[in-house]
Write a protein that binds this ligand. Structure first.
Ligand code: BF8
Ligand code: SF4
Length: 626
């Protein structure tokens, strides 16, 4: 039996607390129950000291120095920790980059006329990106340009290049540093593949070079796979522009057909969004007694839809099960990443139909309907029809929508921010120089049941903006900050006087939603644009990043490309590295001399804010600013 204290210790969100009570009543087990059941978690694994990379093992190193200090092959703690971290980076980079590849495939099929329902929405961005790859647009139609661009992007994944094309957006000093260190990313797939090779037994047994390759692997994500995912999504689905919407489980409607979209890739969800506005399907919903069709997003697919279409956001990672506990969801679509395999089991307690859509992501107790560019439009209509037909099966006595939704603004792409500033980043630089904005911080990443849901994001962000530090956010952090009410113009009242003045003049919130997790590249591109305008390196600027509640391997890749790009990054949960003093020391101190930035780990958001404020003050002093 959960006490009200137990519930409050799981999440700070009101909708979450109400739904945890209902989950208890409905006898639904959630991620927090499963986490409890796992305690105590393996200490060797927490320290990164276990290895099962080969069949001579599994092996583990005794952290107290009494038992074995090497695995069967002779690998010591440094090697095992570095190898494990390397494989986490590889998995994260692969996830973002494979998502990017899927978008390139759609771009190709659109160019070939094989993807009905999809189109090139941003011809200007298409032509600008093509020009970066040396593709001429003169006198050529957008399809011809798109075909050449798709081919050029496909080549970025392979191995033929000395360096990825889009690293040219990085400041010159940064690129020179990457080349000097031997961490310039070459092919996107190549760096991940090489990491898997290096971490095979008997290959790279130098912990320093393993970690350096980890940075290169992460850079292949941040300046390659994720960047391609974001750029091509913008071309196909639109560059985000400021948009008003709503957030939390209150976006679900008692009198409408509720369809939830969960996952990461906008390829499927954009087609569902189109189908849900088709007149005949809206009419069908009304014929079934509903007032309409209500779409809501969750996690990063939700962020993609919110940024471009203003579709309301139901919640973040730890809300995914609780959304089903409302009993009000007719259908949930999932594509891939961060989709708990428990969801099908939770949905089975209600009338909700669960639909998996990706050829590479299957889940227990879900119905599998594979979406491809050629069938997506038609399949979306068919399944939305079935969602509507599921509405009469809703059990009214099991429905509870816990709270009223909170207003929010989203849609702050780099293009939108530059437009709001009047066409250049100069006003932002002026505000930083004048000290009205002391610096900028990307608050990003997940929820993790080890930390009260949203506690890290919200408390860190609140303190930063109060200290005149502009916060930009993505992913589940962005949902947390929206749910806390930080994303309306009035939230400027929570900011320090300088930031409040800037927000007031521009009519923007002090916390800017920049998108999904692949969209963390929007943050690095903004940082690069500032550095380039000043002819400085990114590491010279008063910037930082934080992932206060991270859980995912993707977050590790993001953190590593942020640090390798020169951005100091504070993590909440400890990554599994403490088993090696050398690796820990390099990540938290040594990297300063190598790439001009380090990691820090601080689970308390109040203290994490202090670390970041001190860092920003140091960078300002380095620039001769007060
Ligand atoms: O890519 S922030 S829990 S949903 S990994 Fe996942 Fe983490 Fe959320 Fe989006 Ni990102
Ligand atoms: Fe053990 Fe070495 Fe095999 Fe890892 S690679 S399982 S440490 S023998």
């Amino acid at each position: 039996m959960l006490t009200s204290d137990d519930i409050r210790n799981r999440t700070i969100t009101e909708d979450g607390q109400r739904m945890l009570e209902k989950a208890e009543h409905d006898q639904v087990r959630t991620v927090w129950d499963r986490y409890q059941a796992q305690l105590p978690q393996c200490g060797f694994c927490e320290l990164g000291l276990s290895c099962r990379n080969c069949a001579m093992g599994p092996c583990r190193i005794d952290p107290f120095g009494e038992g074995p200090q090497v695995g069967v092959c002779g690998a010591d703690a440094d090697i095992i920790v570095a190898r494990n971290l390397g494989r986490m980076i590889a998995a994260g980079a692969a996830s973002h980059s494979d998502h990017g590849r899927d978008l390139v495939e759609v771009l190709r099929q659109v160019a070939e006329g094989k993807a009905p329902g999809y189109q090139i929405r941003e011809e200007g961005k298409l032509r600008a990106l093509a020009a970066e790859f040396g593709i001429s647009g003169d006198g050529r139609g957008k399809e011809a340009v798109a075909l050449d661009l798709a081919e050029a992007l496909e080549e970025e994944f392979g191995t033929r290049k000395k360096e990825l094309t889009l690293v040219r957006r990085a400041p010159e000093q940064r690129r020179a540093l990457w080349t000097k260190l031997g961490i310039m990313p070459r092919g996107i797939d190549r760096e991940t593949s090489e990491m898997m090779h290096r971490t095979h037994m008997g290959v790279d047994n130098n912990w320093q070079s393993l970690l350096l390759h980890g940075l290169r692997n992460a850079l292949s994500d941040g300046w390659g796979g994720s960047l391609i995912a974001t750029e091509v999504s913008d071309i196909l689905f639109g560059v985000p522009r400021p948009v008003h919407s709503k957030v939390n489980l209150g976006v679900l409607k008692t009198d409408q057909v509720n369809i939830l979209l969960h996952g990461h890739n906008p390829i499927v969800s954009e087609m569902i969004a189109q189908a849900a506005t088709d007149d005949d399907l809206v009419a069908l919903a009304k014929a079934k007694g509903a007032a309409g069709i209500n779409l809501a997003g969750i996690c990063c697919t939700g962020n993609e839809l919110l940024m471009r279409r203003g579709i309301p956001m139901a919640g973040n990672h730890l809300t995914t099960e609780l959304a089903l506990v409302t009993g009000a969801v007719e259908m949930m679509f999932v594509d891939y990443q961060c989709i708990m395999p428990a969801l099908g089991q939770v949905a089975a307690c209600y009338h909700t139909r669960m639909i998996s859509t990706s050829d590479k992501a299957g889940f227990p107790r879900m119905e599998h309907h594979e979406f491809h560019p050629d069938n997506a439009r038609e399949l979306a209509r068919k399944l939305v029809t079935e969602a509507i037909e599921n509405y009469p099966r809703r059990v009214p006595g099991k429905v509870k929508i816990p709270v009223e939704p909170v207003d929010m603004m989203a849609g702050f792409s780099v293009e939108a921010i530059v437009a709001a500033l009047g066409g250049t980043v100069q006003p932002l630089i002026d505000a930083i120089v004048a000290g009205k904005i002391r610096g900028a911080v990307g608050v990003v990443g997940c929820n993790n049941p080890k930390i009260r849901q949203d506690y890290g994001h919200v408390n860190l962000t609140r303190k930063l903006i109060a200290h005149d530090i502009l916060v930009v956010d993505t992913g589940c952090a962005a949902v947390a900050n929206a749910r806390a009410g930080f994303k309306v113009a009035e939230a400027a009242a929570l900011a320090g006087p300088g930031l409040r003045e800037v927000c007031g003049a521009l009519g923007i919130p002090p916390v800017l939603h920049m998108g999904s997790c692949v969209d963390n590249v929007r943050i690095t591109m903004l940082a690069a644009a500032l550095a380039n305008a000043l002819k400085m390196d990114i590491s010279d600027l008063p910037l930082a990043a934080a992932a206060p509640e991270w859980y995912s391997e993707k977050a590790i890749s993001i953190g590593c490309y942020a640090v390798a790009s020169g951005i100091y990054t504070v993590l909440g949960p400890m990554p599994p590295v403490l088993g090696s003093k050398n690796v820990t020391q390099l990540l938290t101190e040594g990297l300063e001399k190598v790439v001009g930035a380090t990691f820090a780990v601080e689970p308390d958001p109040d203290l994490a804010a202090d670390l970041i404020i001190a860092h920003i003050n140091r960078k300002r002093a380095g620039l001769g600013l007060s």
